[in-house]
Structures are given as structure tokens and as C-alpha cells.
Design a protein around this ligand. Structure first.
Ligand SMILES: *[C@@H]1O[C@H](CO)[C@@H](O)[C@H](O)[C@H]1NC(C)=O
Ligand SMILES: *[C@@H]1O[C@H](CO)[C@@H](O)[C@H](O)[C@H]1NC(C)=O
Length: 986
């Protein structure tokens, strides 16, 4: 009966985790399918032998390589140095895609410099890469520190081969970006480009020293003026939460400002327009092409401002300011053609050179915008990769037109270049195909250049004013569309609870004429990484009626939720799109650039009134939402599991204060029946408190996310139940085994330690201090304790032994009926833990023998119960310490046994467990129980639980620390006074 409760809860958790795993796996397929072309190269790597231990002692452990594209790059270095730093378990060979692309862009054929770069003072790039033997740097601060030290030395070495004052460009992938950021501030580094780097939140939060590196990096990012660009893969990246890839407050968005920080999601990166996975980031052709191009151009930059412009141009077009460099005057000999007022400029397959004048309507609103689309051509300097010779240049013109067309009018019309507010490449989804395009991805050449500018105020009535578009084309391809747009923003008051309540509809006012762009804002809709919405558009006149006159530019939905993050979707009747964002997220400190309520949609279209969308339905995409939540809270689940165990211990120790320690099974049942319902309510209430994002669930009291706390709590409890089965499963065969072994040496009931024990403890401590990391010692403690539990499970009471004072319950017999007063489990209590064939024996004993023996038998059971509780706690602490063990094994394997492995020799972290395990394996009576430990000691477990629940998600390492500290304190309190009094007594 009681076990069905724990069983069903455990099963529920396991099933839920299984579901979450699948949902999480589906996220990258449904939300943002990846479309990347493979990249090809002919790599060779030259080991830098001279970079030896006279530069850094770490030269034994790591190595430095120079990439050369076979047949394209000369063998000696000659250009601008670049250092590539791989990430967690990454390889130096990951440099090859970007390096190869840089060579093949710079040279149009081997040793012939491409026309794009000749005469501009731009040199080729020399790509160096550090090899970290695929170390697991994400889990381990000291490893990260070693990599930082080695990279800093590598930069010194590389620059020693170049003229003085040469600067290096640093590129980092994943944790390599953290290493790169940690190299700042440095006069040697001209710019830093990071790819899929978790800048603001360590993905593995089990090591305080990783947090230390992050703290230093945050300071550099806030103060150091070196330009930093972070490229993020978005929802497709399953290895890091992409919201942590967003750089903290990126200055004021002005390339002229002192600090240049930009984040760009690949969904907004021109030509890519797709999410990119974590590992794929280094080879995705669309990304590497732009990164290599940006690096090449950076090599020729003279100032920080110029660098900012280059990085903006090649990597992060969204939200940039424009250099005035691209101003071109209208050629003298041009034909002016004035369009009738109210007409849009529509040119299909334009040819020749002409300037079209669009009269600015006098009725136009002050904020009207001129919008220009150019397909297969350029609005200098922006052009798709393989554009034709079509060029469109927008101007603001004033003057007098005497006839609709004039040949030469320098005296009657004067034009100045129009300053853009937006100039970028938009994707142009192919009708009927999915977008973002999976597999091969989009072709940048399909992109359409978008130019937007605020229409200048017309000066007085004396003259006419126009927007002039000079079109120059010598191939009959592409199209140009221009028109005025008085965008009226549609504000939707839909809130998250409307959507949660089952989806909502909203209508766009039908308009008499087709609009170039529409703007919809959702000021009340939560835009958080944990919620994914489905938006289903409906249109009056579905596509079928438009087949005979397809739109020039079918509706394109642009979803913006953060200056760095833009997603594009094709809008089709009844085809839903998944709206998702990384603007606000758990554990990410809010900044003024990541508002949690600021989704906006833009709809661009040009051509006919066909396919106009006028109704949307908004729903929650539950499956994907579950998947997103699942990837954000595994650490929380582990530390909340520890919290649940700590509460179990608290409860059990309090029971033991009243007389007897319950078994783990009973503890679990009592916890689920009595404490859990109250905790669920409390956890929900706490989730609504506006706590700092570092605490609890990191949601800062967001009401719609409050439900997460109870769900996580139930799941954690279920996992604890499941882990107890696992332990029982482990103990069972061990128990049989220990039966056939000779019984252990005599158990001591005394609290003093034999000399041999003290010596072995000191020896182990020395080993930990000098050689093995404490995590190994903890693993050892766990194994010993497992064995202790297994061997004490069937221990019979010693017939002749004297009962100890400590194990004698204060109030004697009715122990077995008494645990929490339920009738049904008075019989269950023991058979669950004792072997069935022993039960009658014990009951025999109970009946036949004296009170002394009975208390003794009960004492042994007590010890067993206490030990298993401790085993459960230690088991839950394992996942908090094991990651470093993996790092250790990996480092030993790759770097040899002599590799310095600093840190992790803090004996004090593991000493309490060493002593505890030593005592429990020798003693026959309960150690930390009430009688020994004083009546207030169990409150310590409450502290452990609080730390686990409140701090565990963000700083999981604190959970182990506080648990170890508490055990230490409890041991000191238990042991010292008793020993002292005994000594005196003897
Ligand atoms: C490191 O390399 C340099 C140049 O080859 C050499 O002169 C030096 O002796 C080397 N140092 C060590 C410790 O091997
Ligand atoms: C129109 O322009 C004014 C001043 O430039 C600005 O304050 C206002 O917010 C703009 N209105 C809209 C709807 O963009």
C-alpha cells in the first residue's frame, strides 16, 4: 500500500522525463530546422614546434597548429594572424572550414588575389589553432584556467613572428569563446568573434571556479573596448541555452561608441536565415563564409570605428548605423521620369539607366517611410552574394518638373542621397517550400535588399518634392519595388493567460490597398524562452486565386523580440509558424535590451493584394514548450532532488528524536503524504515572488511560470523514489555477497577511533591533498558506505553484547507501532528492509529474549535505517561531483599521468564524508541520531534543503558544499563532547 504511492510517483517522474527528453529532441526540428551547406576544403596543419616549454609549461600538455589550405596558402606566415580556440571537447581541426573559406575568398585562384581585396590594403589571414586534446573545459575551472594561460602564451608566441604592433583576431567556439573573452583586456587582440558561446551563464554549474572565470569575463565585457561579436545558433543549438549567448548590455548600439558589443542570431544573419546547431556552427557554410569575410576585412581596418562598421556590415546588420561612405551621386546624364502621385514604383526586369521620381504626397504623415525592395540587385553597399548588375539608389529630390520625362535636369531637379534607417537583405522564401529551409538552407542570392528611410519633410510649397530612385541595370533580371508607407501599428492586447486559456484570435483591419508593411506589437504577451507560440495566419483570398498574378514579394513575417534576434517566416494561409524567442529566460539577468514583453511582428509584402493576411490565431505550442522547459531545468532537478532528500532526513531525524528512526521507504511515504502537499503550495507561492534571477527557478516571479515549481518538485520527489529502488537494487546482490564473506572485524560501539583508522584517514587525506581529486575520494566513500549498508542489512543482533546507552531508545517498546500512527504500515516497516526469512527470527527474538536484546535488535535496525538515509543523501550528491571526475579521467587519458591537475585537492570538502563513512562502517549504534547528536542538530538538514531549493539551480556546487559542511558540523558535535567525557570517565 505504501509502496504503491512511491512506486507510482517514481514511475510518473520517469515517464515525464522520458517525454521531456523526446520533446527536447524535437525542438530543433520543429522550431528552427537547420539549413546549412557543407563546406569543403583541403586542409593541412603545421605543428608549431618552437612553441615549447620555454614559452609556457603547458606546452607539454597542449599544442599549437597553423592551418594552411593546400595549394592556396604559402607555407610561411605573411598576413594577419588569427587564433582559433575550440570549445568543450573541441578540436583544433575545427578551424579548417573558416580558414579555408578565408583563403578561397582572398585568392580567386591559387596565389591570385581576388578583385574584392586588391588595392585595399587587405592581407590574407594566417589561422592558428590551439589543440586542447578535447579537454572538457565546460565542467572544470582549473582546466579553463590552463586553456586561458596557454592561449595567452600562444598569442605572445604568434605575434613574435610578426612586425611589432601587429594585432591578432581571436575566434572562439563555445567555451573557447569564454577562453577568448578571458584574454581581454589585451592590446594584442584587435577583435573577438565568438560562436555559440554561453557568455552569461555557465552551461555546467558544478564548479565554483568556472563561475569565477565568468565573473572576470563579465567585467571585461562591461569595460574593455575591444570589439566583440557573438554569433548564436538559436533554438537549434541544443548544447547551450542560446539566451546565454547574448552578450550583456551591448553598449548603446553605436559603432562610434567606445565599447562595441554585438550579438547576432544566425536566424537573422544574412544568407543563413536558419538556426545553426552547436557543432555545426564552425562548418555551416553560410556562417563561415561571413565570419571569414569579416575577419579578412578586419585585417585592413584602421580604427575601432571602422572595425565596428565592418563587423556590422558582415555579421550583424540588424540595428546598425550606416556609414555615409556609400553615398553616390546621380550621374549627370540620366533620364528623369516622374510617376503619377499615389503610384508605387514597380519595375520588372528593368534595363538601362533611369531615375524614377515618386512624388511625395502632401497628405503624407510625418512618420511616413519610403520602402524599397530590390531583387537580384543591390542598394549599395548591400547586395546578395551573386547579384546581377542591377543597382538602385534612392535620393531625396526637390525642384520643378515641366513634363513627366526630362532628359537632363541638373538645373531644375536637385537630389541628395537618402539616408537609410534600415538597409539589409531579407530572405525571399520560395512559395510552397518550407521556410526556414531545412538541409541545404537558403541561397543568399535569393535574398531581396530592403531599404527603408524616413521621408524627409518637404521644404515649403514653392517646389515639388520627390523620392528619386536611380535604377541602373544591364541585365534583364530581378525587380524593383518602391512605395510610401504610413505604418500604423496594430497593438494587440493579448496576454499569456488568454493564450493559455485556449488560444486567441486577432484581426487586422482590412485595407483598401495592399500595404507594403504592417506592424503588430504585443505589449502584454510574455516573450520568454520557455514559451513557444503557434501563429496561424488566415487570408481572405487564399493563394489559389492568385496563381495567375503571383505577388512580387509574397508576405514575409518578421518576428523581433530582441535587438539581436530576428526570425523570418513565410506567411501562408493556414500554415502555422512557431514563434519563439531568447529575449528573457531563467537565470539570465534582465537588461534594458531584453524586455520580457516586447514581441513585435512585421509583415512585408509587395506586388499584388493577393495573399493578404487579415486574421491570426495564437496558441501555445505545448510539445515544444515542454521541450524548451526540459532543457532549462536538469540542474534544478538534481539539486531539488538533494533538497527533497535533505527534507526526508530532517523528518526522519526528528522522528528518531521521538524514539525511532523510520526506514527510507517509510520516510518517503510520510514525506509524500504529509509534507509534499504543503510544499507544493509553498513552492508555487515562492515562484511568484520577484526574486533575483540567480535564485530558485530564475523566473523572477513571472506568474505564468509559477506552475513549474510544483511540477519540478513532484518530479524531483519521484526521482528520489526511483533512486531508492536503484539503491535497493544495488544493495540486494551486495547483501548476498557479504553473507558469504567472513564477518567484519569487531564493531566498535565506542566513539573513539582506533589508531589504525586515524592513520588511514590521514593517509587518504594526504593522497587527496597531493594526488587524487577529492571527487574520487567521495566516490570511494560512497562505495564503502554502500557496502556498509549492504552488510548491515542482515546483521543479527549480537547475543552477548552489552546494549549501548546511545542506542537505547528513551521511551522503550511500542516503537514499531508508533511511526506516525498509521495502522497499515506497522507490519510493513521491517519486512521492507529485512530479508523475509529473518523476520520471524526477529519476532522470535522479540518474544523470547530480554529487553536488552530487543533494544539491541532495534538498535541494529536503527543503524541500518540511518545508514540507508545517509546513503541516499550521498547518492544524490554524486551527480554534483562526478562531472569533474570525467574531466580528470579525460585529462589523464589525453595528457598523460604527469599532467598538472591543479585544484580539487581541497581535503575539507570530503573529510566529513571520510570520517562519517569510517564511523558508520565500524559502529553498531546509530551515530548522528538524536540521542547522540543533540536535539537541534537535525535543523541543519533544513538549511541544506533551503540551499538546494533556492541556490541549487544557478550555483549547484553550493549544494555539495553546504551538505559537506553540515555533516562535518554534525560529526564534530556528536563526537567531541562524548569522547571528552569518556576520557574523563576512564
Ligand atoms: C624551445 O625552442 C627554441 C627554438 O627552437 C629552442 O632554442 C629552445 O631551446 C627550446 N626550449 C626547450 C626547453 O626545449
Ligand atoms: C513619429 O515621429 C515622432 C517624432 O519623430 C515620434 O516621436 C513618434 O513616436 C513617431 N510616431 C510613430 C507612430 O512612429
Amino acid at each position: 500500500m505504501t509502496s504503491t504511492l512511491t512506486a507510482s510517483l517514481g514511475l510518473f517522474s520517469l515517464i515525464l522525463i522520458y517525454i521531456c527528453y523526446h520533446a527536447a529532441n524535437d525542438v530543433r526540428l520543429t522550431v528552427s530546422p537547420q539549413g546549412c551547406r557543407m563546406s569543403w576544403m583541403s586542409p593541412s596543419y603545421l605543428l608549431q614546434h618552437e612553441f615549447n616549454t620555454s614559452w609556457t609549461p603547458l606546452a607539454h600538455r597542449y599544442s599549437l597548429w597553423l592551418y594552411r589550405e593546400v595549394g592556396w596558402d604559402p607555407n610561411q606566415v605573411m598576413g594577419v594572424p588569427v587564433l582559433f580556440i575550440p570549445g568543450n571537447a573541441g578540436s583544433s581541426h575545427q578551424v579548417r572550414s573558416i580558414a579555408s573559406s578565408a583563403s578561397r575568398q582572398y585568392f580567386s585562384s591559387p596565389f591570385v588575389i581576388s578583385g574584392d581585396f586588391t588595392g585595399r590594403g587587405i592581407q590574407s589571414l594566417d589561422f592558428f589553432a590551439v589543440e586542447f586534446n578535447e579537454d572538457l573545459s565546460a565542467f572544470h575551472g582549473p582546466t579553463l584556467e590552463s586553456q586561458i594561460e596557454y592561449s595567452a602564451a600562444a598569442i605572445r608566441y604568434i605575434l613574435s613572428h610578426y612586425p611589432p604592433n601587429t594585432q591578432i583576431i581571436v575566434m572562439g567556439h563555445s567555451m573557447g569563446g569564454i577562453v577568448g573573452t578571458a584574454l581581454l583586456p589585451s592590446d594584442d587582440i584587435s577583435a573577438l568573434i565568438t560562436m555559440s558561446t554561453p557568455h552569461t551563464l555557465p552551461p555546467a554549474r558544478f564548479d565554483a571556479r568556472v563561475d569565477e572565470v565568468y565573473r572576470r569575463n563579465a567585467e571585461s565585457l562591461a569595460n574593455d573596448p575591444t570589439p566583440v561579436v557573438s554569433i548564436c545558433g538559436g533554438a537549434t543549438d541544443m548544447m547551450i541555452p542560446s539566451e546565454s549567448c547574448i552578450l550583456p548590455d551591448p553598449g548603446d548600439g553605436n559603432p562610434g561608441s567606445a565599447i562595441y558589443r554585438r550579438t547576432v542570431f544566425t536566424s537573422a544573419l544574412e544568407g543563413a536565415w536558419t538556426g545553426v546547431g552547436h557543432r555545426e556552427m564552425v562548418w555551416c557554410h553560410q556562417v563561415r563564409w561571413r565570419v571569414a569575410r569579416a575577419a579578412l576585412e578586419l585585417g585592413g581596418a584602421k580604427s575601432d570605428v571602422e572595425m565596428g562598421v565592418i563587423l556590422d556590415t558582415w555579421l550583424s546588420r540588424d540595428g546598425r548605423l550606416f556609414p555615409s561612405a556609400a553615398r553616390i551621386d546621380i550621374p549627370e546624364a540620366t533620364t528623369y521620369e516622374a510617376l503619377p502621385e499615389g503610384m508605387n514604383l514597380v519595375l520588372k526586369k528593368p534595363a538601362g539607366s533611369r531615375t524614377y521620381l515618386l512624388p511625395i504626397p502632401r497628405t503624407l504623415e510625418t512618420n511616413a517611410t519610403f520602402v524599397l525592395f530590390v531583387s537580384r540587385g543591390s542598394v549599395p553597399p548591400i547586395a546578395p552574394q551573386h547579384s546581377t548588375n542591377l543597382q538602385a539608389l534612392p535620393y531625396f529630390c526637390v525642384g520643378r518638373m515641366t513634363s513627366p520625362t526630362i532628359q537632363q535636369s541638373s538645373e531644375s531637379v536637385s537630389c541628395v542621397p537618402l539616408e537609410p534607417s534600415t538597409l539589409k537583405l531579407l530572405p525571399s522564401p520560395i512559395p510552397g517550400k518550407p521556410f526556414p529551409v531545412p538541409d541545404e538552407g537558403s541561397d543568399e542570392s535569393d535574398g531581396v535588399v530592403l531599404f527603408e528611410a524616413t521621408v524627409p519633410r518637404t521644404p515649403g510649397d514653392a517646389e515639388d518634392a520627390w523620392i528619386g530612385v536611380h535604377v541602373n541595370a544591364d541585365s534583364e533580371d530581378g525587380w524593383v519595388f518602391g512605395g510610401f508607407d504610413e505604418t500604423r501599428t496594430v497593438q494587440s492586447n493579448i496576454g499569456i493567460f488568454d493564450v493559455l486559456a485556449g488560444g486567441t484570435k486577432f484581426l487586422l483591419q482590412p485595407t483598401e490597398r495592399s500595404l507594403v508593411r504592417r506592424h503588430i506589437t504585443f505589449p502584454k504577451l510574455l516573450s520568454n524562452v520557455l514559451f513557444v507560440y503557434t501563429l496561424t495566419p488566415k487570408s481572405d483570398r487564399p493563394t489559389s486565386s492568385c496563381t495567375h498574378s503571383p505577388a512580387l514579394f509574397p508576405p514575409l513575417l518578421v518576428h523581433k523580440s530582441h535587438p539581436a534576434e530576428t526570425h523570418y517566416y513565410r506567411l501562408e494561409h493556414e500554415t502555422s509558424v512557431a514563434l519563439h524567442t531568447h529575449a528573457s529566460a531563467p537565470f539570465i539577468p534582465p537588461s534594458r535590451f531584453s524586455p520580457s514583453y516586447s514581441s513585435e511582428l512585421w509583415i512585408y509584402s509587395a506586388g499584388t493584394g493577393c495573399e493578404d493576411v487579415n486574421e491570426f490565431t495564437l496558441n501555445i505550442d505545448w510539445w515544444t514548450t515542454i521541450g524548451r522547459i526540459a532543457t532549462r531545468y536538469p540542474t534544478t532537478l538534481i539539486s531539488w532532488g538533494v533538497g527533497v532528500v535533505a527534507l526526508l532526513m530532517f523528518q526522519a531525524w526528528r522522528e528518531s528524536g521521538k524514539g525511532s528512526m523510520p526506514s527510507v521507504q517509510d520516510s518517503l511515504t510520510a514525506f509524500i503524504c504529509r509534507l509534499l502537499p504543503k510544499l507544493l503550495a509553498a513552492s508555487f507561492v515562492v515562484a511568484l515572488l520577484p526574486l533575483s534571477p540567480n535564485y530558485y527557478l530564475g523566473t523572477q516571479g513571472e506568474a505564468s511560470l509559477g506552475f513549474l515549481a510544483p511540477v519540478l518538485l513532484v518530479t524531483a520527489t519521484g526521482l528520489v523514489c526511483a533512486s531508492w529502488w536503484l539503491i535497493s537494487l544495488l544493495v540486494w546482490p551486495l547483501r548476498l555477497l557479504t553473507r558469504f564473506l567472513p564477518p567484519k572485524s569487531r564493531r566498535y560501539d565506542d566513539l573513539s577511533m582506533p589508531r589504525s583508522t586515524i592513520i588511514s584517514l590521514i593517509l587518504i587525506s594526504f593522497l587527496v591533498f597531493l594526488v587524487v581529486p577529492w571527487q574520487i575520494a567521495f566516490m570511494g566513500c560512497w562505495l564503502i558506505h554502500l557496502h556498509t549498508c549492504a552488510s548491515s542489512a542482515h546483521r543479527k543482533p549480537y547475543p552477548g553484547s552489552v546494549p549501548s546507552l546511545q542506542s537505547t531508545p528513551v521511551e522503550s517498546l511500542p516503537l514499531r507501532e508508533r511511526f506516525d500512527g498509521r495502522e497499515d504500515d506497522s507490519q510493513d516497516t521491517e519486512p521492507n528492509e529485512m530479508e523475509p526469512n529473518e523476520e520471524p527470527e526477529i519476532q522470535d527474538v522479540c518474544r523470547a529474549r530480554s529487553l536488552v536484546t530487543i533494544t539491541n535488535a532495534l538498535g541494529a535496525t536503527q543503524v541500518y535505517y540511518e545508514n540507508t538515509h545517509l546513503l541516499l543523501l550521498m547518492t544524490w550528491l554524486l551527480p554534483l561531483s562526478m562531472p569533474v571526475l570525467a574531466v580528470w579521467v579525460r585529462t589523464l587519458m589525453t595528457a598523460g599521468y604527469t599532467a598538472p591537475f591543479n585544484g580539487d585537492h581541497n581535503v575539507f570538502k570530503v573529510a566529513p564524508f571520510l570520517v562519517l563513512v569510517e564511523f558508520t562502517s565500524r559502529r553498531k549504534s546509530a551515530l548522528l541520531s538524536h540521542q547522540n547528536a543533540g536535539s537541534y542538530l537535525h535543523w541543519g538538514y533544513l538549511i541544506v534543503a533551503c540551499v538546494s531549493f533556492f541556490l541549487g539551480s544557478r550555483e549547484a556546487y553550493r549544494v555539495f558544499d553546504v551538505a559537506s559542511m553540515y555533516i562535518g558540523c554534525a560529526l564534530v558535535v556528536t563526537i567531541s563532547p562524548v569522547r571528552f567525557t569518556r576520557r574523563i570517565a576512564t
